[in-house]
Design a protein around this ligand. Structure first.
Ligand code: GLU
Ligand code: ZN
Length: 487
């Protein structure tokens, strides 16, 4: 048990990783970093028919995005290279051959048609599906016969017909499986590719994996793995099967609950520190109440004992709340740096790029605390760039009176030309103006706000005007005058 900690994330490139996949990667990473062990990434790409183009890149991108660095694996290499199972076939062939030789596995010559007919028959008779072990008891002569006919074969594991397979799960304690419920599963397919079970066990052994921390869905595979460890004479790693992640309604997590792939969260404007923190709490907690953790605090505090035995609940509101917290905590520089890709993408194309830094530093602080995601920033700042506002005259008329409003707007223009263009002076002047016109400040300010921003709700009016700059503000009042005159 004092083996150095070596854990792995072993994704199959069969799709784009979701929160659950990356949560598994994170717990492995945290355990390695907490213990000073090693974190490996191994790509389980032997199911070539299910490989999805782009998914490998997306897996590695997701890990990099939230800062899960790996000590061995794709791109970085390591003492057990290669870390792609498709490039390790000889190891699996050797193991399969050794199992045949020691009598723990056998060649099965059954055709796809026979297996299909068997499956249909089993369905009809309502017996559990599984290989009927026809080839298990073949004589040497029969085998030679098949071989000489050039029959194709797979290699199957010879599961003991009785007894139990028992192992200790770090989170669940003793887990017992009846061997009679397991069928003689395939190890090596006709095309020479291993199935998951074989490649997984062989690699975990050669890569000296100390702990297998994986999703609960693999629990039922573990007795097969234990049987293989025993048959191959390997020492099994410690197993811990992570709890499921469920939606708030306790059903299987899905898109409907706002769950998406990791890169989708990035594109939606969530911060990597949010995702790291949020994922860590899906099935782990320090004390059932602390919600905010830095990366270092997670590394320091993570422990397998505190991994929950019950499902983690994915709560989208909590994710949004957390992202808001992290966004508000960013320095202005950092905030702008992270907002830029979103602004560049979403702001009108005729706004010159690169975007003016000074201008950004003026307006971003006004909306900074309102955004829950980076993707909301362009919307919140849109009117700082879009000069052609769609305003109906009725939206800016004061007391619904065209002549009065025109008169006031000319006064506004004069005032703007004259007054020092800072928040305090502007506010003082316009309050005084409202008073002298016997208007409520709101009557004047609401009209001005709409003229300047095109919106009825905005950040504080005078700060907004200052951030926008005098000439732009004047231009907007001129446009407003045009609109009113034309009405
Ligand atoms: N390739 C498997 C997966 O995609 C690995 C499961 C395991 O960790 O053993 O999740
Ligand atoms: Zn067979």
């Amino acid at each position: 048990m004092d083996k150095p900690v070596r854990v792995r994330y072993a994704p199959s490139p069969t799709g784009f990783p979701h929160v659950g996949n990356i949560r598994t990667a994170l717990f492995n990473w945290l355990w390695a970093r907490h213990t000073g062990g090693k974190f490996l990434v191994r790509i389980e790409d032997t199911d070539t028919a299910r490989t999805v183009p782009g998914s490998l890149e997306s897996i590695l991108d997701s890990l990099r995005w939230i800062g899960l660095d790996w000590d061995e694996g794709p791109e970085v290499g390591g003492p057990h290279s290669p870390y792609f199972q498709s490039q390790r076939l000889p190891l699996y062939h050797q193991a399969a051959a050794a199992l045949v030789k020691s009598g723990h596995a056998y060649k099965c010559y059954c055709t796809a048609e026979r297996l299909e007919a068997m499956r249909i028959e089993q369905q009809k008779n309502k017996v559990p599906p599984g290989y009927d072990r026809k080839c298990r008891s073949m004589s040497d002569r029969e085998r030679q016969e098949m071989e000489s006919q050039g029959a194709k074969s797979v290699i199957r594991f010879k599961v003991p017909l009785e007894g139990q397979t028992v192992f200790n799960d770090l989170l669940r304690g003793e887990v017992v499986f009846e061997n009679r419920n397991l069928d003689d599963f395939v190890l090596l397919k006709t095309d020479g590719f291993p199935v998951y079970h074989l490649a997984n066990v062989v690699d975990d052994h050669w890569m000296q994996i100390s702990h297998v921390l994986r999703a609960e869905e693999w629990l039922s595979s573990t007795p097969r793995h234990i049987l293989m460890y025993q048959a191959l004479g390997y020492e099994p790693p410690v197993f811990a099967h992570m709890p499921l992640i469920l939606g708030p309604d306790r059903s299987k997590l899905s898109k409907r609950h706002g769950a998406a792939t990791l890169t989708e969260y990035r594109d939606q404007g969530y911060l990597p520190e949010t995702m790291l923190n949020f994922l860590a709490l899906l099935g782990w907690s320090l004390d059932e109440k602390t919600e905010l953790f830095t990366r270092q605090q997670l590394v320091d505090n993570f422990s397998l004992e505190r991994v929950s035995r019950t499902a983690g609940i994915f709560n989208r509101e909590k994710l949004d709340w957390m992202n808001g917290v992290y966004l508000r905590g960013l320095s202005l520089d950092d905030y702008i740096r992270r907002a830029l890709p979103f602004l560049n993408k979403e702001l009108p194309p005729d706004v010159p790029r690169p975007l003016d830094e000074n201008y950004l530093r003026g307006w971003i602080p006004l909306i900074k605390d309102r955004a829950r995601t980076l993707a909301e920033i362009p919307q919140l700042g849109w009117f700082f760039y879009q000069d052609k506002l769609s305003i109906a005259p009725a939206d800016i008329l004061i007391k619904n009176n065209q002549t009065l409003t025109l008169d006031i707007y000319h006064k506004i223009e004069d005032t703007l030309e004259r007054v020092p263009f800072n928040k305090d002076d502007l506010e003082k002047e316009f309050r005084a103006m409202a008073a002298s016109l016997t208007l409520k400040p709101g009557e004047l300010f609401n009209s001005m706000r709409t003229a300047v921003t095109g919106r009825t709700v905005s950040p504080p009016l005078f700060e907004t005007m200052v951030a926008m700059g005098k000439s732009r503000v004047l231009k907007r009042f001129q446009d407003a005058v045009q609109k009113i005159s034309g009405s």
